[in-house]
Design a protein around this ligand. Sequence first.
Ligand code: LLP
Length: 386
Amino acid sequence: MFTSALLKKFQGTATPFYYYDTDLLAQTLSAASKSAEKHDIELHYALKANSNKRILKLIKSAGFGADCVSGNEVKRAADCGFKANKIVFAGVGKSDEEIRFAIKKNIFCFNCESIDELKIINAIAKSENKTANIALRINPNVNAHTHHYITTGLEENKFGINVWELEAALAAIHKCKNVKLIGLHFHVGSQITDLNVFKTLCLKVNEIVQWFTNRNIFIENINLGGGLGVDYYNPDKNAIPNFENYFSLFRKFLTIEPSQKLHLEPGRAIVAQCGSLISSVLFVKKGVQTNFIILDAGMTELIRPALYQSYHKIENLTGAKRKTVLKYDVTGPICESSDCFGKSVELPETKRGDMIAIRTTGAYAESMSLEYNLRNKAKAYLAEDL
Ligand code: LLP
């Protein structure tokens, strides 16, 4: 991925920075769109994965809708050209102000996470003289078999309405004249690599949809969230996720009617592989049992390893041809021992000033960046900028 011409361009650019390979993003978008079209699936890109305005414009141009989890994300999506009727707003804690803002914008749908929220949306919609479309986010109690911090569909998680609350939710909807039930929403977790999880979800969803059908309630939109994982170990070999396998699975195991629309909300699978965090080596330090590489990028630019102990491939771009290979703990400059990108990482002998790429950082890196230690926000470049 990193040609010597590109490396030269990197060398003239202040580090750390996020680099986005827009060719790869275009190929990923095209693969996802083609396959989604084939299976008649509507895609809403989850902005939380990467809300960089220029990336969003590319995703919007590929025909995606937007899945937002804050008023500012709704605003960002609208500013980047996503049509209001393609914006959904999820989140377990929407403020009154955010709800009012989204109602005024006439977004497609609120993914509603509790009965109390439903009542608040109704009251605010009434005060605005509008009717808000809602989908009930249901907690299906399906284990996503991923890191427990990004597991969302179990009863122990705060998300969604439990199945045993559905009767009460319907009663509330019946009383609330300014909300209209247009769908059901599910999302069980992120970085899911075992597709059986989605099969289990489909079977659960079939039962839940049937529950509504038995009550003569037609559910027009069925949204199964996001969660498709990417290959952090082989970013070049598996640069584009297998959308075909993923989408066809839903069509195989969901028994919904042709008139019921199927929606998905991929975030990571769309943007993760196109991004790399490019950093320079500030110092190489001898430790007692290991050598430390201290980079100028830290957990402030990529918090995933500190937060989820996640793996990201690390490459020394400058020293790629050096013969001696050593083991290093690759760390950042932040005053926290968790500020570590990888332990005992085998790299060519590394020197001060070498350029390092941390791969698969297009998702949940820039969007989760922090100002801790009063760090400057790292710049982001698209391939065509350099
Ligand atoms: N829809 C809903 C309702 C979600 O909560 C999420 C992610 C998505 C869609 C998109 O999921 P994806 O396709 O990206 O897996 N910061 C964590 C990931 C948190 C995901 C939160 N929800 C990480 O860096 O791994």
